[in-house]
Design a binder for this molecule. Structure first.
Ligand code: FAD
Length: 619
């Protein structure tokens, strides 16, 4: 059977890849090991968070599904960092894991052009360094123009619990045993990484009365710009907070010799920012306690996830350490925590389109590219599929720049720098984070989603109307002077605002940290009737106005810089600050412009600056 696109794996990357391909009119086949597990959350029952929320909103603006699914199946919504600036806030939702899977599976089954098939892909059909399709364990062969691998933690997955190990892609799910061996034979750089997950407990055996309750936001905000904010009112389930103590730490530290991450049993590097409890106790031995969040996994069942207690210690040790925690003395364990090692493909093997450089028509997305997290995976899945579709249509790839989207930062980091450990997104990775805010993701990116064909006209028209209203408001505020006449000073005093000297632009007045919607209504009565969410966004724009202008100038400078030609005989040797590795790459590729240089893996923004500086000296 001939397909346009075959997607291998139906995790978070695979779903977005399959849906986008089919929605772009490509005959798509989604092959996965277990159809029931489409959209399974391997670890924590939550979507979003700091920087990850940005990824979900950007994915949503491009026409992805994760935001809509989270809005439909979320059971607690919170804005993290809500006391800080809008640029570093992150939307996070606990999800009902069962409903999440059900929703995604239903969407996949009901999307035209998308077929689903349950089997294991054991190898790729490759001729002359070009993928022509896949072969499966049951002996099926499927042909395709493009193949997208989204195998997650499944390639040669090996689970560790204390001294016990077993081969699996996730607890008790079969691993993908042969695919990564073939990828290696094809010349791709295949490595090994590790991640871990905590135990799950039965809520009926937890004493929540001694823990702090952690509720959702009073006014929950949805992820998707397509979800109606005014009617959005999900049932919010509480989480609970408890702590480890010195007894817990004693139990753990007296068993370090049985912890696979210390005995040499685990070879792969784990996610630095998501360490196991044994790692936390070892690295921060001065700490007397570590915070644990108990999070519901579903609304109907009683399983709770212990966020902060990921472990691969032997089960009897896990049991003792859990029972040492306040409120968990009698906790019944439904599933034990474990660590998993798996094969990944070095992401510097990829172009910015996520196609591999060595094997034509083969794209990789998700955890296979050494990332960690559902959101990072989903974003890559969508981008790989968009690019596969564009390539089928003979069009240029769709590449988001670092100043346009966190997705651009994610992919650029992966394919140019690579990573030695599971890569997760942080706001600090984005140079232009004041521009790349969660709340303006729709305005930043829905134009692309619409142009690509993933967002309909009606949806896009709504964003355009919002963009226009926002631009008009900013323009008005940036051109309206407020003088220190008597009425103005009285008005400011009446709302508890400091006086102004002489005159100030309205945008700078609204940009004060103390301005909220009520004060905005008093100071800008002509915009009082606008929608509350829009007013909020106007206030944010005002707060960042000066910084945004500065960042935009930097971006313009960078764009101009990237257009600069590099003479063919330009000598990179001896330029201070360039490593030998960078020089060798530049000499090998001889990029005609700085932009082309920026696309070479390992050529960092700092290296570009050095070349730029020296180009200016010779020209
Ligand atoms: P997955 O969600 O793993 O999906 C892979 C899919 O591919 C599955 O459907 C599988 O059946 C299918 N598949 C694989 N091979 C084949 C094949 N050969 N043929 C057919 N189908 C195939 N992320 C965090 O952010 N924080 C954490 O703390 C964290 N801890 C984790 C702990 C564990 C134990 C695990 C397993 C994962 C953890 N993750 C964590 C990672 C998170 O689950 C992944 O980042 C995310 O699910 C990756 O999405 P994906 O689509 O790339 O792969």
């Amino acid at each position: 059977m001939q397909y346009d696109i075959i997607v291998v794996g139906a995790g978070h990357a695979g779903i977005e890849a399959a849906l986008a391909g089919a929605r772009l009119g490509k005959k798509t086949l989604l092959i996965t090991m277990l159809v029931e597990q489409i959209g399974a959350a391997s670890c924590n029952p939550a979507i979003g968070g700091l920087a990850k929320g940005h990824l979900v909103k950007e994915l949503d603006a491009l026409g992805g599904e994760m935001g809509l699914c989270t809005d439909a199946t979320g059971i607690q919504f919170r804005i993290l960092n809500d006391s800080k600036g809008a640029a570093v806030q992150g939307t996070r939702a606990q999800i009902d894991m069962d409903e999440y899977r059900e929703y995604m599976r239903k969407i996949c089954h009901n999307t035209p052009n998308l077929n689903i098939y349950q089997d294991e892909v054991t190898s790729l059909i490759v001729e002359n360094d070009e993928v022509l399709g896949v072969k499966t364990k049951l002996g099926e062969e499927f042909k395709s123009k493009k193949t997208i691998l989204t195998t997650g933690t499944f390639m040669r997955g090996l689970i560790h619990i204390g001294e016990n190990t077993y081969e699996a892609g996730r607890a008790w799910e079969l691993p993908s045993s042969t695919l990564s061996i073939q990828l290696k034979e094809l010349g791709l750089n295949v490595g090994r990484l590790k991640t871990g997950t905590p135990s799950r407990l039965d809520a009926n055996s937890i004493d929540f009365s001694v823990m702090d309750m952690h509720g959702g936001d009073i006014k929950p905000a949805p992820f998707s710009f397509r979800t109606d904010k005014k009617t959005f009112s999900p049932t919010q389930y509480p989480c609970y907070v408890t702590y480890t103590n010195l007894d817990t730490h004693d139990i753990i530290s007296s068993n370090f010799h049985r912890a696979p991450i210390y005995t040499g049993q685990i070879q792969g590097s784990g996610p630095r920012y998501c360490p196991s409890i044994e790692d936390k106790v070892k690295r921060f031995s001065e700490r007397e306690r570590h915070q644990l969040f108990l999070e519901p996994q579903t609304s109907k069942c009683t399983e709770y996830y212990i966020n902060g207690m990921s472990s691969s210690l032997p089960i009897e040790v896990q049991k003792r350490m859990i029972h040492s925690v306040k409120g968990l003395e009698n906790a019944r364990i439904i599933r034990y925590g474990y660590a998993i090692e798996y094969d990944y493909v070095d992401p510097t093997e990829l172009k910015h389109s996520l196609e591999t450089k060595k094997i034509k028509n083969l794209y990789n997305a998700g955890q296979i590219n050494a990332t960690t997290g559902y959101e990072e995976a989903a974003a890559q899945g969508l981008m790989a599929s968009i690019n596969a579709s564009l390539a089928i249509d003979g069009k240029e790839p769709f590449i988001l720049r670092r100043d346009e989207a966190y997705i651009g930062v994610l992919i650029d980091d992966l394919v140019t720098k690579g990573t030695q450990e599971p890569y997760r997104m942080f706001t600090s990775r984005a140079e232009y984070r004041l521009l790349l805010r969660e709340e303006n993701a729709d305005i930043r990116l829905s134009g692309y989603g619409h142009k690509l064909g993933l967002l309909d006209d009606e949806t896009f028209a709504k964003v355009e109307a919002k963009r226009k209203a926002l631009e008009e408001a900013v323009e008005f505020m940036a051109s309206t002077w407020i003088t220190s006449k008597k009425e103005t000073l009285e008005l400011l005093e009446s709302i508890g605002e400091e006086k102004i000297n002489d005159k100030v632009l309205l945008i700078d007045l609204i940009g004060r940290n103390t301005i909220d919607i009520e004060k905005f209504d008093v100071l800008v009565p002509s915009l009082k009737e606008l929608d509350e969410y829009l007013k909020n966004q106007i206030i944010i724009e005002a707060k960042y106005y000066r910084y945004i202008q500065k960042q935009q100038k930097q971006i313009e400078k960078m764009k101009k810089m990237l257009k600069l030609s590099i003479p063919d005989n330009f000598s990179y040797r001896g330029l201070p600050g360039l490593s030998n590795e960078v020089i060798e790459k530049l000499e090998k590729h001889r990029p005609p412009t700085l932009y082309n240089a920026s696309l070479i893996s390992g050529i960092t923004p700092a290296a570009l600056d050095i070349i730029h500086l020296n180009l200016n000296l010779v020209t």
